[in-house]
Design a protein around this ligand. Structure first.
Ligand code: SF4
Ligand code: SF4
Length: 267
């Protein structure tokens, strides 16, 4: 579970829909508890169900593509395949289900993936309905799975996210310093990454709660939060957005991972 739910860290390049912290919620629950610990518990409770939901949804899509009565009039001898699903070892030629199997791969990595991307874009667009409350918690404690040197290396290799990150953030000298800034957030980040190492950063451009380079701040600041599956500080006003989309985002993430599995098996 650690990879799936790792923080993804603020200094990760948040592609579609990248790994990150996941905190599904009950969309029917009007009185949402935004405490970090509560979100973490929701995650544990809901993850398995969401993954099953994603797998079932994909299976239904693939069944729709499957030719009916594919084995009728088949002339291939000695075919004793019982479980005729997308992963069966169909004969390489002359088998309609083998053709379907290839169609499955093309569909999942083509049109279907594009559809998921479009859904993810809608999720990200919805973020524009919410406003930053200027708490500055994201400036005071940012985390990454990468050390400062690694981030600089990534930046030198052209990774824009890392370049933006090192243009403003600097590492905390000690973990104690980072923890003192936001103990609840710090503890939960540690809990989520389990045995993995994460690094803590802060931005010296912040004075009080104000950004001294606000007009020229980098894109990572303008676009924060970058991923609806990421753990946010509990005061962040974008938690409301995250809570409203996290189930859908997690479903997309599960589907993308399942597509990867199909690709690995069928390529
Ligand atoms: S540059 Fe400004 S907005 Fe970005 S992290 Fe620093 S203080 Fe925050
Ligand atoms: S933590 Fe969220 S609400 Fe607070 S300053 Fe950052 S983006 Fe704005």
């Amino acid at each position: 579970m650690s990879n799936f739910f790792s923080t993804g860290a603020n200094a990760n390049n948040d592609g579609f829909p990248n790994s990150g912290s996941l905190f599904p919620h009950d969309e029917n629950n009007k009185k949402q508890d935004n405490s970090l610990d509560s979100q973490y518990k929701d995650l544990q409770l809901n993850y398995e169900q969401i993954f099953i939901e994603a797998a079932e949804s994909i299976r239904r899509e693939l069944e729709n593509l499957k030719p009916e009565n594919a084995c009728e009039n088949c002339t291939i001898k000695n075919c004793d395949i019982q479980k005729k699903d997308a992963f069966a070892p169909y004969p390489a030629s002359g088998c309609k289900l083998r053709d379907w199997q290839m169609q499955v791969l093309a569909f999942l990595t083509g049109d279907y993936r594009q559809k998921l991307k479009a859904e993810y874009k809608l999720i990200m667009d919805k973020k524009n309905e919410y406003e930053c409350n200027m708490c500055a918690d994201c400036c005071k404690l940012a985390v990454s799975e990468y050390s400062y040197d690694q981030l600089k290396q990534r930046a030198s290799r052209g990774d824009k996210f890392s370049a933006d990150f090192v243009s403003v953030f600097v590492p905390y000298e000690t973990e104690e310093e980072a923890k003192a800034v936001n103990p609840e957030y710090f503890e939960l980040l540690n809990k989520l990454v389990e045995d993995s190492k994460i690094y803590y950063y802060h931005c010296p451009k912040l004075e009080g709660n104000l950004c001294t380079i606000y007009e020229s701040r980098p894109d990572i600041c303008k676009e924060y939060p970058h991923n609806p599956l990421k753990l946010l500080p509990s005061r962040c006003s974008f938690n409301e957005w995250k809570n409203s989309v996290s189930h859908h985002a997690m479903l997309l993430k599960a589907k993308v991972d399942i597509i990867g599995f199909y690709k690995q098996k069928l390529s």
